[in-house]
Design a protein around this ligand. Structure first.
Ligand code: SAH
Length: 361
């Protein structure tokens, strides 16, 4: 059975018919953030009723422990009396709400914080507003609007995986970028002619012809901004996502109704993500110092999820207790999210690394 064509599919096909194939990055950007038909712009994709579930939606412990990690880093840096507390891509606002609740008793932390959320989706902004109704919050579409003359403490969970990627296939004559065209009235993947890519020179050492590498152009200026502010004014950033130290093959995936889908069928109706290349993220954040890459399970264990889970379980019985125990395992076990998801922290030179992280790469 053929799937009904989506509005965005009609629009993309017309655009490709008029101007020729588009890059995978342009395709991904349109599918996710088109103002009228984009996946994030038009819906709440999270939770059991949505297409996927994220760590803060699985358990309150995730935001609580990461909040305490950031608050400890703030204390370790001398508790500056004014700082920016920022989150990139806050989804439903759950992580920030849990973070703020957990840090209420850290003396001076809330009073010193100016809250800033970077969110492109109007429908998710509305949910964030509800979740954080009791706090003064500033929103912007881009990190450029975050105040840049103060220490920056920042968190981002599953933000970078949603930024558009470019894919390049190695070829004897250079690298062939993945492009999207139309054949037999379907959107199809194709390859541009090989071009030399000086910025991929370091990937000649670990790839062979025919292999694919991915880059994420929008991540570079964001990390440069974060790293520059942290190095200059102090602060720390905790970035959690699925991926690895270096990008590895074609990792583009579409999720719909908690199952994998075809990324080129029904554009705008599935979440599109790709693994995060943490090496690229860390390098773009120079001169801030980067920690090594730490598995989510190990990080949460070191931040005390065992004790926190035990404490919360004391008030629970029956199905609620079972849900709590399975949520704890889901966040930490290697076979679930514990090792697919990784964390990287950035911090100001001459300060200790944030708690729970492996030391420098
Ligand atoms: N951090 C949340 C949500 C992850 S989904 C959680 O863990 O539950 C990705 C989030 O990033 C969404 O809030 C989405 O709207 C936002 N987002 C995606 N691309 C963005 C962009 N280019 N600029 C700002 N926000 C973006």
């Amino acid at each position: 059975m053929t799937k009904p064509e989506t509005d965005l599919e009609t629009l993309l096909k017309a655009q490709i018919a008029a101007d020729g194939p588009i890059t995978l990055a342009a395709y991904m950007a349109t599918c996710l953030l088109h103002p009228d038909y984009g996946y994030y712009t038009t819906r709440d994709p999270l939770g059991r009723a949505g297409d996927f579930i994220t760590s803060p939606e699985i358990s309150q412990m995730f935001g609580e422990l990461l909040g305490l990690c950031l608050a400890q880093a703030w204390v370790d840096q001398g508790a500056p009396d004014r700082f920016i507390l920022a989150e990139l891509g806050p989804g439903r606002g759950t992580l920030m709400a849990d973070l703020l609740r957990a840090t209420r008793k850290v003396p001076g932390f809330h009073a010193a914080a100016t809250l800033h959320l970077v969110e492109a989706s109007p429908s998710l902004r509305a949910l964030q507003k509800q979740a954080l109704a009791s706090y003064p919050v500033t929103w912007s579409d881009s990190i450029d609007a975050v105040q840049n003359d103060a220490p920056l403490f920042l968190i981002a969970n599953e933000f970078f995986d949603a930024l558009p990627i470019q894919q390049f296939t190695r070829h004897a004559g250079g690298w062939c970028e993945t492009i999207i065209g139309v054949a037999q009235n379907q959107l199809v993947k194709g390859y541009a002619a090989p071009v030399l890519q000086p910025e991929l020179a370091h990937r000649l050492e670990d790839t062979k012809p025919g292999q694919v590498v991915e880059t994420r152009p929008d991540a570079t200026p964001i990390m440069a901004r974060i790293g520059g502010q942290i190095a200059r004014h102090g602060g720390a950033a905790v970035i959690i996502d699925y991926g690895n130290w270096r990008s590895n093959g074609d990792t583009l995936q579409a999720m719909r109704n908690h199952a994998f889908a075809d990324p080129f069928a029904q554009p705008g109706h599935a979440d599109l993500t790709a693994h995060v290349d943490f090496e690229a993220i860390a390098q773009a954040a120079s001169p801030a110092t980067a920690t090594g890459l730490t598995d989510q399970g190990a990080l949460l264990a070191r931040l005390g999820i065992g004790a926190r889970a035990e404490l919360l379980s004391r008030n629970l019985t029956g199905a609620a207790l079972e849900n709590h125990l399975s949520a704890t395992q889901r966040l930490t076990r290697a076979e679930e999210m514990g090792s697919l998801f990784k964390a990287l922290a950035l911090y100001a030179p001459h300060h200790p690394a944030p708690a729970g992280f492996d030391q420098n790469a």
